[in-house]
Design a protein around this ligand. Structure first.
Ligand code: C2E
Ligand code: MG
Ligand code: MG
Ligand code: MG
Length: 283
């Protein structure tokens, strides 16, 4: 119950842009306190190879486990993080968590398993981003090849120099996924510039794929575009077998969604991996 701080999560989620400057600051400081108190957790959601129904990786998704308000989704607070300087320390913390998680996951996961990490423009723009990232890889004894960085075209709002940073990330071994594809406002021009390996088709397409021929036409076009750019396609938000098989039929290589699993805490993810070893079709 937040009545003592004056901030209500419902208000901040629905009306973030309508918050007064004072309320915004108050919410920022609440989030900062939560970070200091280690209330953030990284959950994992499996990503499957649709052709072989095989697990190939996970996406790391941040959660706020608030003692007073329960589990809070990033939709409520990631914008606030990204629009404040907090995203820099929190972003490095996310990398470190993912690196540590990966070492536990790889004991139980198929070979070539990767963890996908969402990275915002502000993080790439930090002057010390690459040296810090390289140092963290060494600190945790993991390789960039075991991770994908998920970006959106919004990172270009930080300026064109971001492309150089992305290229350097690729050079040191990270793969790059373009997230939420098809939902942005910019032109296709950015596709020509960004050094990407994967396009993630946004859930807003997948949720209409069964009922709408025009949506299927657009997905076919995205798949063709991806093949021309020599990148693979991952579909977000697959909730049913029917959606999985139609997306596969339309040429999507990989899929992610509640059909396979919701995002779950690491211990449960590790347990599911063990279950999968016993019966490979179950996860
Ligand atoms: P995203 O990167 O596009 O992540 C996919 C979102 O779709 C996740 O929401 C996931 O829980 C949800 N999702 C996956 N499958 C299904 C499905 O079958 N049905 C439905 N209804 N939803 C599904 P989530 O975890 O709430 O994250 C929302 C957004 O917050 C993410 O979108 C990403 O943009 C951002 N975010 C999450 N974690 C981080 C992080 O660590 N760093 C940064 N910078 N952003 C993050
Ligand atoms: Mg993502
Ligand atoms: Mg996405
Ligand atoms: Mg999305």
């Amino acid at each position: 119950n937040q009545s003592n701080t004056g901030i209500h999560l419902e208000d901040t989620a629905i009306q973030q842009h309508g918050l007064s400057a004072v309320d915004k600051l108050r919410f920022e400081s609440q989030i900062n306190t939560a970070f200091q108190n280690r209330e953030f957790q990284i959950y994992h959601q499996p990503i499957h190879d649709l052709a072989h129904n095989k697990l190939i990786g996970s996406e790391a998704l941040i959660r706020w486990e608030s003692p007073s308000q329960g589990l809070i989704s990033p939709g409520y607070f990631v914008d606030v993080l990204e629009n404040s300087s907090m995203i820099v320390p929190v972003g490095y913390w996310i990398f470190e968590e993912c690196f540590m998680h990966f070492k536990q996951i790889r004991e139980k996961a198929p070979a070539n398993f990767t963890v996908s990490i969402n990275v915002s423009g502000r993080q790439f723009a930090h002057h010390d981003f690459l040296p810090t990232l390289k140092a963290l890889l060494i600190k945790h004894g993991v390789k960039a090849e075991n991770f994908k960085l998920e970006i959106t075209e919004r990172i270009l709002m930080e300026g064109g120099a971001i492309i150089d940073v992305l290229n350097q990330c690729r050079d040191i071994g990270f793969e790059i996924s373009l997230d939420d594809f098809g939902t942005g406002f910019s032109s296709l021009q950015y596709l020509a510039q960004m050094p990407i390996n994967y396009i993630k088709i946004d859930r807003s397409f997948v949720m209409n794929v069964l009922k709408d021929e025009r949506t299927r036409a657009i997905i076919r076009s995205i798949v063709f575009l991806a093949s021309q750019l020599n990148v693979k396609v991952i579909s977000e938000g697959i909730e049913s077998e029917a959606e999985a098989s139609v997306m596969y039929g339309l040429g999507s290589d990989y899929g992610q969604g509640y059909l396979y699993s919701k995002p779950i805490p690491l211990p449960q993810f590790l347990k599911d991996l063990e279950g999968q070893k016993r019966s490979p079709a179950s996860f």
